[in-house]
Design a protein around this ligand. Structure first.
Ligand code: ZN
Ligand code: ZN
Ligand code: FE
Length: 764
């Protein structure tokens, strides 16, 4: 073999390629193929130069496509021929940083199978060590303070590696080569159990104490990956109701964790897609249908037919849930906060805020830099359908269909997530929460600054909602004034439409039909929208159809009072408030009077075309929910009752551009008065909306060549409605786009805002 037969090849790879074992992978592949040369990290990816025989170089390149490391996400591979070099071997050489360059950062990943095996292997030096991790798993986003992703830039910087860890860290063939959070019992963080601000046990004793307290029915705060959880035995009714009382959380479901799939399958129905999602590196909470024999107490998810389960995702969680006689097989794992506040993550703050909520604290001394909640997802048509995008998914960027300016989009008010863009990347933040209190607002502001630092983004444009009262809007106005940046104020449902397009990589300028159904969003006419059939794309939209306006007596008060919306609907369509009707029966005479006055005077009774409010009204009319204790409760309980076998529906009228629900309500009330079951009526109500979606899409497609439909807005979290609408539209030949990376609720708004601003900024 002579050097003349050999060829040289330069390769540049971008994407999530650092901190995920990429260079060791390159090294192994190069050695396997007898190649010489080098690999190094740069500020924007990984650069490789190899020399070898043509077929060996070819095999080497093929491996990036065929078998990349599990956590890597390759965005681009650039190949460039170069002269063969006279390197004698293959080596990993020093990184080459460049200012201003940036790289996506890996989200936090659940413990891998190799680490899990070591965790329970009594011969391993990390046996039962709660912080075991490697390049394929462990904390990333929650511990990183700045880039490059190196140990000094993480919250592990205060732990000096022992010699053995250092040797693993330096060895390119070791699973822990350059694993920044590498640790062992000799040199890494430890756990402790605290009661009344006193450490009462540490290490294995701390774990066993916490487990005993949980078995005894107590409530424990556990410091995890992105924050604190409140934990108790899910089959203990007293513990669960005590947790509700302390947390001041009346009806909202709690998430659950079990040790393995077998255990989970005793509580909920599992299919192969659900199993794949539960065991994916992200380990989200998956909403699954409850089995009748489950021992999880009803109070964990009152009025729901689903339970939200996740598998342990850190070594600490595996140790905490280890099966043992008498130890509960399902634990409530709810975010450690008072209702409505963000999850606690800083130790002093957590112990102050949670001291009245938890009997004891299972703590550790690895700091959390960014708080991140658990993600929540469903399986829809065999694919992941996100409900809350946080741990495991953020800050993985959405690949945008086109390169855009550096934009900050601040999102909406509830379920806030912001978005920063750069080139083809949309860095949608983790779930921030409802921007209604100081703590969440602080998390929002800190989060934006953190993302700007991590991804080296200096916004040139700011985008926000039309609603002037949103704290996110106020932040956007202030910043755009201070920094003299153009501000784009974007209609809420247009943002939903654009978000769903971007989520699906839509890169055409043709119009699509947007079925944007949610609770609230300010419209361009000053009314509250939410039952919107739009036609448009990133650059603009028209409002082709909308649900008829009804007044909301008492304004936002209605959101917690579905009965008020029912009264408003009855009044609008000329129905007597007959005391036999459920919402009338459940409203005091005084409140009826107040509502009546508001409806007649129009004072404090803004008009809404909201689909969410129609669900509220129907839920109250069917005597299901008159007062909501959490967002969407009335609609969720209505959906849960719906009889899947019922095929009939009610009529809905489309007149001009208005969808008139009067015939529907009339038929629905008649059914109710004839004592048709709520399960049947609920199904018929849902079926009518499915038919409505099909009708409006058919009208529009006959008017203009428009065959693509996007479904966005919080109403599309309704699985009954979503699955039937998808089927109905698809069987009539429509291409239907639903969300797949960001949720259909308002957490997607910032992505849509960014895309709309990008398109209009280019034009202006
Ligand atoms: Zn691992
Ligand atoms: Zn060590
Ligand atoms: Fe919305």
């Amino acid at each position: 073999m002579t050097n003349r037969e050999k060829i040289g090849q330069r390769i540049f790879i971008s994407g999530i390629v650092q901190g995920v074992g990429f260079r060791p992978f390159v090294y192994t592949q190069a050695v396997k193929n007898n190649l010489t040369g080098w690999v190094r990290n740069t500020s924007s990816g990984v650069q490789i130069e190899v020399t070898g025989l043509p077929h060996q170089v070819e095999n080497f390149v093929e491996a990036f496509y065929k078998s990349p490391p599990p956590l890597a996400r390759i965005d681009t591979i650039e190949l460039l021929p170069c002269p063969p070099s006279d390197h004698e071997n293959f080596e990993i050489i020093a990184s080459q940083p460049a200012p201003g360059e940036f790289l996506p950062i890996s989200p936090d990943m659940s413990i891998c199978n190799d680490c899990l095996r070591e965790l329970f292997d009594s011969n391993d030096r990390r046996y039962r060590y709660p912080f075991i991790n490697c390049t394929n798993c462990g904390p990333r986003f929650t511990i990183i303070k700045d880039i490059p992703y190196d140990r000094p830039n993480t919250t592990m910087s205060t732990f000096a590696m022992c010699q053995t860890c250092q040797a693993e860290y330096n060895n390119p063939l070791d699973r822990r080569f350059h694993a920044q959070p590498i640790a062992c019992p000799q040199c890494g963080p430890h756990i402790a159990f605290k009661v009344n601000h006193q450490i009462v046990a540490s290490k294995e004793d701390a774990l066993q104490q916490a487990r005993k307290w949980i078995t005894d029915g107590k409530i424990i705060a556990v410091k995890g990956l992105g924050g604190y959880h409140l934990v108790c035995d899910a089959s203990n009714p007293d513990a669960v109701s005590e947790l509700r009382r302390r947390k001041k959380r009346v009806g909202k479901p709690f998430a659950l964790m079990s040790f393995d799939l077998d255990t989970i399958s005793r509580h909920v129905n599992l299919n192969s897609e659900a199993v794949n999602l539960l065991t994916s590196p992200q380990h989200p909470i998956v909403l699954l249908e409850r089995q009748p024999q489950s021992t999880v107490v009803q109070d964990v998810a009152p009025g729901q037919k689903t339970l939200g389960f996740m598998l342990p995702y850190t070594p600490l969680h595996y140790l905490l849930l280890e099966p043992q006689d008498g130890f509960p097989d399902a634990l409530v794992m709810t975010s450690g906060n008072l209702s409505e506040e963000p999850i606690a993550y800083e130790d002093d703050d957590a112990q102050k805020r949670l001291s009245s909520l938890a009997d004891g604290f299972l703590l550790h001394n690895r700091p959390i830099h960014t708080r991140v909640d658990d993600s929540v997802a469903r399986v829809i048509q065999k694919k992941v359908y996100p409900i809350r995008r946080a741990r495991g998914y953020a800050p993985d960027p959405v690949r945008l269909p086109t390169s855009v300016a550096q934009i900050l989009a601040v999102g909406a008010e509830l379920k806030n997530a912001f978005c920063l863009t750069r080139q083809n990347y949309g860095f949608v933040s983790h779930y921030i929460g409802d921007l209604e209190n100081y703590e969440t607002l602080t998390a929002f502001e800190k989060g934006i600054r953190h993302f700007e630092t991590l991804f080296r983004i200096t916004p040139k444009v700011i985008a926000c909602d039309l609603h002037p009262d949103y704290l996110s809007t106020q932040y956007a106005i202030e910043r755009s004034t201070q920094e003299a940046l153009p501000l784009f104020r974007i209609q809420h449902h247009h943002a939903h439409l654009a978000a769903c397009l971007a989520d699906n990589g839509w890169n055409q300028d043709t119009n699509v039909i947007g079925l944007c159904f949610d609770g609230t969003g300010l419209g361009t006419d000053g009314n509250i929208w939410g039952g919107e059939v739009l036609v448009g794309n990133y650059s603009g939209f028209t409002r082709r159809f909308h649900l008829a306006n009804v007044p909301m007596p008492g304004g936002s008060l209605c959101i917690n009072k579905p009965s008020r919306m029912a009264l408003a609907y009855l009044h609008t369509f000329g129905y007597e408030w007959n005391p036999d009707l459920a919402p009338v029966k459940h409203t005091s005479i005084e409140e009826q009077k107040a509502v009546h006055t508001q409806l007649h005077s129009g004072l404090n009774a803004p008009l809404t075309s909201s689909m969410g409010r129609l669900f509220d009204a129907v839920s109250s009319l069917l005597d299901i929910c008159h007062t909501a204790t959490y967002e969407g409760q009335a609609a969720i309980e209505l959906e849960n009752l719906a009889d899947p076998l019922e095929k009939k529906g009610y009529p809905l009228e489309v007149e001009g551009n208005t969808i008139n629900p009067f015939p529907l309500l009339q038929a629905l009330i008649t059914d109710w008065q004839r004592s048709v079951s709520a399960a049947t009526i609920s199904a018929r109500f849902h079926n009518s909306l499915v038919q409505l979606c099909l009708t409006v899409c058919q009208i529009i497609s006959s008017e203009m060549q428009c065959n693509t439909v996007v479904l966005s807005g919080g109403v599309w979290q309704n699985q009954f409605l979503l699955e039937r609408t998808l089927k109905a539209l698809q069987s009539e030949g429509f291409q239907v786009l639903i969300h797949k990376q960001v949720p259909p609720n308002d957490a997607c708004i910032s992505l849509g805002q960014a895309m709309i601003a990008a398109f209009n900024y280019q034009i202006s």
